[in-house]
Ligand binder design. Sequence first.
Ligand SMILES: C[S@@+](CC[C@H](N)C(=O)[O-])C[C@H]1O[C@@H](n2cnc3c(N)ncnc32)[C@H](O)[C@@H]1O
Length: 235
Amino acid sequence: MRVTKPESGEVLREEFNRWAEAGRGEGMEQEHLPITLPVLEKMQLAPADNVLDVGCGAGWLSRRLAKLVPQGRVVGMDVSDEMIRRARRASVDFENLIFVTGEVEEIPWEPNFFSHVISVESAYYWPDSVAGIREIFRVLKPGGSAWILINYYRDNPHAHQWGGLLAVETHLLSAAEWSERFRAAGFGNVQPERVRDHSRTPEVYTGRWFRDAAELRAFKAEGALLVHGAKEGKA
Ligand SMILES: C[S@@+](CC[C@H](N)C(=O)[O-])C[C@H]1O[C@@H](n2cnc3c(N)ncnc32)[C@H](O)[C@@H]1O
């Protein structure tokens, strides 16, 4: 059972609808691709796998996944209905991909369905990550695996300032705390890892997320946190 109020989902929906309307959903592909590609390799997807992309935003990763599982199915899910509208609009050519509006704390899907669940740069927004990870476990079939990738976590001090810059509540947990949530949900073989972004860093940084290029370099050197685990049992 989730412990947060449904209003927190409404706050997230409104904020990420604003992001979607500003075109930020599409823009995130360029930022997140360098840390996501190594995860796709580790997932070792087979053509008939079924994959859930939690917090899919404008759907760029879901489309990439759909190409990797041509005989399987991909579901992109997001709390923001505007992100989902944009994701659907950009994906009309895909027959094995659908998008649904929903919160990770109550995934609108049957149990034991997906072979893989992935979530990129979304989990630190989840109002109740304990319930969210439990839900991910529920919709995975035995033998399936979950992969959560985030840049904002306690062990990387160069991102801590994001909490004050974001308009919604965020949750700054350590690798050990995320891993513990996986284990408490029932996952086995839980492993936290770092995924480094080897893309070029500009000499001068003019954005709002880092003080300067040196801090951005330090942030990238720490790397993103990837936590993955398996729902043990026969597929
Ligand atoms: C920073 S964006 C990342 C989007 C996408 N994964 C990407 O890499 O482009 C975070 C996304 O997580 C979604 N999100 C946040 N909390 C959520 C929740 N509790 N359930 C489902 N989606 C959520 C937001 O609506 C937003 O689209």
